[in-house]
Ligand binder design. Structure first.
Ligand code: V47
Length: 351
């Protein structure tokens, strides 16, 4: 059977076959990815109205790519109070958000309650607001710091009102590269184990991949294959999100940045390899809005949302500090030839 026939029959590709896809002509690759996208979603592109909140940047870990985290002695460190977080949520609810995405650094000073009780407070005030919060990296940090099992932290998340888990902290699973870019935090195996436990509770999550730094194509394929295997087991991933590395204000020394062609190929290959994960998100924050719109032709069917404010990637150079207005977002999708469809956090269509 040829590679194209294997893809048509939705058969699992090997690592070598995945790598061979990178050798294909970009437009040919795009056509294959687009066919898969159109069969599932036609010309629809999903977006949601959401708000990102990053409540503290104080972090006990030092990831080489991160420009957001601050040590305890850093004059730019901050930790929001629950009142400040609630106030931010209230203002965003008035602006029409349906989801709050809460991700923090690994702050050893706040206590477990600070991390968890805010979810309960938000849920009590806004029962219909979807809370997407705590990456597997944060869950690992909380488990270690407060001597709990992953299961105990996950049970507390459910009890305190977290609805779904974001896909952060996956970075790149290859152990050698991981040691160089973020040694010390959650391992690849632990990241996958935490998502598996979450899925076993009947909950959904996302998965990211940070690329365009010191990893190579082979590491990206390996990353996707490990996700595909877990998804075959649990079916709990809603979306795969390739994050393009941002280079400002961090410690990682990178010589070669991926071209637009390499980024688009990575999106197309993700759509082909990860046919068992329904949604492919072009997170406009890291790809730039222009490339995110183009990625719609290369398999992406989701552009994330309006965000309102973003601190992690904008610290590293992304043009996302102030989010995007809904009407502007919708117009951009329409003008690029796709049909914008507002979705909820679990991908139910809203209009
Ligand atoms: O895990 C940090 C990444 C992630 C840089 O689940 C960087 O819906 C690029 O996970 N260049 C956090 N990326 C963001 C994240 C996310 C975003 C949007 C939606 C969802 C979702 C999840 O940001 C981290 C890390 O991989 N990151 N520094 C950087 N210099």
């Amino acid at each position: 059977m040829t590679l194209l026939e294997k893809i048509e029959n939705n058969e699992n590709l090997t690592h070598e076959e995945g790598l061979n896809l990178y050798e294909m002509d970009l437009i040919e690759l795009g056509k294959i990815a687009n066919k898969i996208r159109e069969e599932k979603f036609q010309r629809k592109t999903y977006y949601n109205i959401n708000r990102h909140i990053n409540p503290t940047n104080v972090c006990k870990d030092v990831c080489q790519f991160c420009a957001y985290s601050a040590s305890r002695k850093n004059p730019n460190q901050y930790t929001m109070t629950h009142e400040e977080i609630l106030d931010t949520v209230s203002k965003s609810v008035n602006n029409g958000i349906k989801e709050v995405h809460i991700v923090s650094a690994h702050n050893p000073d706040t206590g477990l309650e600070w991390y968890l009780e805010i979810f309960q407070k938000i849920k009590q005030k806004y029962p219909h607001l979807h809370i997407k919060a705590l990456t597997a990296a944060e869950i690992h940090f909380l488990a270690q710091q407060y001597h709990k099992s992953y299961d105990e932290i996950i049970d507390m998340m459910c009890q305190y009102g977290v609805d779904s888990m974001p896909g952060g902290g996956a970075e790149i699973f290859d152990e050698q590269i991981r040691k160089r870019v973020c040694g010390g935090k959650v391992s690849s195996q632990q990241w996958l184990e935490i998502h598996k436990l979450w899925h076993q509770k009947g909950r959904k999550s996302n998965a990211t991949m940070l690329f365009g730094h010191i990893e190579n194509r082979s590491h990206r394929i390996d990353h996707m294959l490990r996700l595909r295997d877990l998804q075959d087991e649990t079916g709990g991933f809603n979306a795969f999100i390739p994050l393009v590395y941002q280079k400002e204000n961090n410690f990682l020394k990178v010589e070669d940045f991926p071209t637009a062609q390499e980024i688009l190929k990575t999106f197309a290959i993700a759509r082909i390899i990860l046919q068992n994960i329904p949604n492919l998100k072009a997170y406009w924050v890291t790809s730039s809005i222009k490339l995110a719109l183009l990625a719609q032709e290369f398999g992406a069917n989701d552009l994330d949302g309006t965000i309102e404010k973003e601190s992690i990637n904008s610290a590293a150079g992304a043009a996302s500090a102030n989010g995007m207005k809904q009407n502007e977002f919708v117009e951009l999708i329409k003008n690029s030839g796709f049909d914008p469809v507002q979705r909820d956090s679990l991908y139910k269509e809203l209009d």
